[in-house]
Design a protein around this ligand. Structure first.
Ligand code: DX5
Ligand code: ZN
Length: 212
């Protein structure tokens, strides 16, 4: 299981130390939530922050763009150190144009589905993806409750992956914690994002261990 702590729940007054602590605690990736106040009702942080924290760890940066039409920002995030960029199928008009650009930039491609979006919305694109991100809360805020209906979605995507013999990863984001990590895994997830369940705890290593 790949564990990707979401630094949306970090203490931003000591973000550098938080990154190092997550690295030492055994995180696999760092999940970086970008919010524009339009696609979601909240604003977080952008590429300049990524640039400053990138040198602090060798862990891959998993950038989650909750932004309307982020096409013009892709290159900036890639240059500042994103290893994987995930954007929302609901937020862009021409999904293929994004895939072409990310391929050109040499960045891994993730496509995300919000809780009310059916799997059919991403089905045509599965063969172009490195990762599918299933949002298990409404995007915008950390600390929300896991939406149980997400489990069916994860299973469905996992079945499609098998049927089509594809190898993209399935990542789950929102309300993930020690109480539901194993059922999410059984449904077919490979990557768990967790904000409050890791950074809201005192012992990051223990918190990460409880999710595996
Ligand atoms: C929500 C973000 C999540 C968030 C998860 O829009 O995409 O990554 O930080 O936080 P928790 O794990 O607290 O639900
Ligand atoms: Zn996220």
């Amino acid at each position: 299981m790949i564990i990707s702590p979401s630094i949306l729940s970090a203490d931003f007054s000591k973000l550098g130390e938080e990154i190092k602590a997550l690295d030492e605690a055994g995180a696999d990736w760092i999940h970086f939530d970008v919010m524009d106040g339009q696609f979601v009702p909240n604003i977080s942080f952008g590429a300049p922050i990524l640039k400053d924290i990138k040198p602090l760890t060798k862990l891959p940066f998993d950038v989650h763009l909750m932004v309307v039409e982020p096409y013009n920002y892709l290159e900036d995030f890639a240059k500042k150190g994103a290893n994987l960029i995930t954007f929302h199928v609901e937020a862009v008009e021409d999904v293929n144009r994004y895939f072409d650009k990310l391929n050109e930039l040499g960045v891994k491609i993730g496509l995300s589905l919000s809780p009310d979006s059916p799997v059919e919305l991403i089905e045509p694109y599965l063969d172009r993806l490195d990762l599918v991100l299933v949002m298990s809360v409404y995007p915008g805020f950390g600390g929300q409750k896991f939406i149980e209906a997400s489990l069916d979605k994860i299973s469905k995507i996992s079945r499609l992956r098998k049927e089509r013999q594809l190898d993209f990863l399935i990542e789950v984001d929102g309300g993930v914690g020690p109480a539901n990590a194993s059922i999410i895994k059984e449904a077919g997830a490979d990557v768990l994002v967790a904000g409050s369940a890791i950074l809201g705890r005192d012992d990051y290593k223990k918190a990460i261990g409880e999710l595996r």
